[in-house]
Each structure stands twice: as structure tokens, then as C-alpha cells.
Design a protein around this ligand. Structure first.
Ligand SMILES: [Mg+2]
Length: 381
């Protein structure tokens, strides 16, 4: 099996421009080839631009391993690679690197068998998948309102905001005043301690929101999370920063209402299927995380899983179009639902149009940090 790694920067273009145009322009793709067929996969690289860490795990360990051996199944590969690298930590960079290779092998397998991806996950049980429009961060409330109107005209009635914690309440209020029917979820990206989070969920509860996502820092403080879910008048969602099955179990035990695994972070399809089973044993809905940039590779795997698996309630989805010069078949969006292509195709000759730009990119999630972090952000806008 031949393994190739590609670094790209697909600009995140919106009108009006968002604060995360640069931050979401970091893409890592993997191509696996065997017997004339190709499979594609994607690793979600943290916005900070540490792409080299992920690709070095692939090129220095996974690639020689795969090129020298025959993989009998992606399940086996995923557990084996985790075992080999466990002392480097079965999370973050390690499982992120495994993810792209592992999902590419599923893509390759479907092509070799001549079947749609969804057939490998149990077969399509629904024609289209419910999605919500995940906003990037905008600097002004007027911009959020403008984009809300634009997506509503496209038929979306469910959005998620990534506005800073200091102004998000004001933003939701402005949306509610104009759009009573719009479903709104709030992603906080881990700014608060337990008291701050309690205060926030109580304040936001008057606006009838779908969920509050990752209100606590650190996001895997299960003890604090349990105290919060017990007291919270609104549903709590979490999981995009969880990597292990025992971590997902702890999240479920803490009482979250939605579990949000990311296939491009946790180790790919095999791990994702195990997380689905775990979530269904707790009767908790799964709302998969997907960074809503303009790259549909890992998203197509998630959507195909969602078309086959009833545990998945709704999938995070971008408000922008995908570049069709790079992707010959992209998900088809209609009125809040999406039909995914049967497999992932990338036009390799178009990759050169999206050269990777190396620079420090920090996703400035919270505006509540102490002085030191704030001055670091301010000096690296
Ligand atoms: Mg999130």
C-alpha cells in the first residue's frame, strides 16, 4: 500500500469575512493507493498551524508500517497504531494522525468492492442527513444577523454560534428578537470554571437554545461537568476534545445530552463506530463535530455514517460552499438536509492551487483569559 500526505490551505471565505478566515485554512489529507484504487482521508489539525507534528507521525511511523505490511482490517490497524504509540499519548496529535490514514483505508476498501461507503457502515437507512449551520466567529453582531438571514433564505432553521463568551448573550438576544423560530446552539469552546458556567447556562436558558457546548475548562473535567449537567436548565454538549472510549464513557456518565466525536481527531471510522455503540447504550444522541471549514473530506465519512446509523441526530455543517475544482463530488444541501456523495474523491492536480501557508494561527476562543494569554493573542492576531 502506498501512502502520500498533502498539506493545503483552503481559504475560509464568507461574506462578511469572519475572524477565523486564516485559522480554518489548515488541511492535512492522506491518500492511500493499492491495486490502482485510491482512498482519501483527513486529519483535523488544531488551528495553531502545528501541521508538521501530525504529518511526521504519519510519514515517520504509519507510512513505513503500512508500506511494509498488509493490513487485514482498519479496526485492527487503528488499535495496533494506538498500542504502538501509547506512550506518546492516545489523543491529540497521535489519534489525529491515525484518523486520516484509517478513514482513507475505508474509502479504498469501498472502491475496491465497488460499493458506496455507507454500505460498509450497514447501508443507507435514510436518504438525507439532518445538518445545522455552524457559524465561524464574526466581529460584529450585525454580521451574525446578516449571515443568519442568508442561511435562513437557503432553508436552514438550525444554527450554532461561536461568538466570544463576553458578547454571545447579546448576540442570541438579537437573533431571538428577529427570528423566533430559528434553532440556536451555542459553542463556548471551554472558557469557564464551574461557577462561571452555571451562571452562563442560567442566563442563556431564557432564549430557548438547543445546547451549550463545552462551557467548562478543561473540557474533560468530568467531575465539574457532572455538577453542571445536574444543575443546568439547558442541555450540555461535549466530545470534540475527547479521544478514548473510557473518556467518552466518562462524558456520558457525567450526564451530557449530546456527544460530539470528531472522526478526524479520534482515530477514524473504527473508533467512531465504537463511540456510536457506546452512546446508544446510554441513550444519548450523537451530534458529530466537524470543523465547518471548506474541506469536505472527513465530513463525507461522517455524513455517510449518519446516513446509515440512527444514533446520529444532526451533523455540524459549514455555511460556505466547497471548492468544486478540488472535489468533483460534494455533499448536496437542501433545506437543512444533505445528501453525501458515495465516496471521497480529490482532484490531485488541483491541490497545487491551495498551497499550504505556514504561519502561527491561534483560534482565539475565549476573550476572558488572563493578561498573559491575552497579550499573546494580541501580538499574534
Ligand atoms: Mg465545538
Amino acid at each position: 500500500m502506498k501512502v502520500s500526505v498533502f498539506h493545503l490551505s483552503i481559504p475560509f471565505l464568507t461574506d462578511p469575512p469572519s475572524d477565523w478566515t486564516e485559522q480554518w485554512a489548515v488541511q492535512l489529507y492522506v491518500k492511500v493507493e493499492e491495486w490502482g484504487e485510491r482512498g482519501w482521508g483527513e486529519t483535523l489539525v488544531a488551528g495553531s498551524g502545528i501541521i508538521g507534528a501530525y504529518s511526521s507521525v504519519i510519514t515517520e511511523l504509519i507510512k513505513p508500517f503500512l508500506e511494509g505490511d498488509t493490513v487485514s482490517s482498519p479496526y485492527e490497524l487503528e488499535s495496533l497504531l494506538e498500542k504502538i504509540m501509547f506512550s506518546a499519548g492516545n489523543c491529540g496529535v497521535v489519534t489525529g494522525a491515525i484518523s486520516s490514514v484509517e478513514m482513507a483505508i475505508w474509502g479504498l476498501r469501498a472502491k475496491k468492492m465497488g460499493v458506496p461507503l455507507a454500505d460498509l457502515f450497514g447501508g443507507r437507512s435514510r436518504g438525507s442527513v439532518k445538518v445545522y449551520g455552524s457559524f465561524p466567529r464574526f466581529s460584529r453582531i450585525e454580521d451574525v444577523l446578516r449571515v443568519t438571514e442568508a442561511v435562513r433564505e437557503r432553508g436552514l432553521n438550525f444554527i450554532k454560534l461561536h461568538q466570544p463568551p463576553s458578547t454571545v448573550l447579546e448576540t442570541i438576544k438579537a437573533i431571538r428578537e428577529k427570528y423566533r423560530e430559528m434553532k440556536v446552539a451555542v459553542d463556548l469552546n471551554s472558557p469557564f470554571d464551574l461557577n462561571g458556567a452555571k451562571e452562563f447556562v442560567n442566563k442563556v436558558s431564557r432564549y430557548e437554545i438547543e445546547w451549550v457546548e463545552e462551557p467548562l475548562y478543561p473540557p474533560n473535567d468530568y467531575y465539574a461537568l457532572e455538577k453542571l449537567t445536574r444543575a443546568s436548565p439547558v442541555p450540555i454538549a461535549a466530545g470534540e476534545n475527547e479521544y478514548t472510549l473510557h473518556g467518552f464513557r466518562a462524558l456520558l456518565e457525567s450526564g451530557v445530552s449530546y456527544l460530539q466525536p470528531d472522526i478526524a481527531k479520534i482515530g477514524g471510522v473504527s473508533k467512531f463506530l465504537k463511540v456510536l455503540e457506546l452512546a446508544s447504550s446510554y441513550h444519548v444522541k450523537v451530534a458529530p463535530h466537524d470543523r465547518p471549514d471548506r474541506s469536505p473530506v472527513s465530513l463525507i465519512y461522517t455524513l455517510n455514517l449518519a446516513s446509515a446509523r440512527g444514533e446520529i441526530e444532526v451533523v455540524e455543517y459549514p455555511i460556505t460552499d466547497f471548492p468544486t475544482d478540488l472535489f468533483p463530488s460534494v455533499p448536496v444541501f437542501k433545506g437543512g438536509y444533505v445528501v453525501p456523495p458515495e465516496n471521497v474523491e480529490v482532484r490531485e492536480e488541483a491541490i497545487a492551487k491551495y498551497p499550504y501557508t505556514s504561519k502561527v494561527r491561534i483560534l482565539h476562543f475565549s476573550d476572558l483569559e488572563g493578561k498573559l494569554i491575552k497579550s499573546w493573542y494580541d501580538n499574534n492576531p
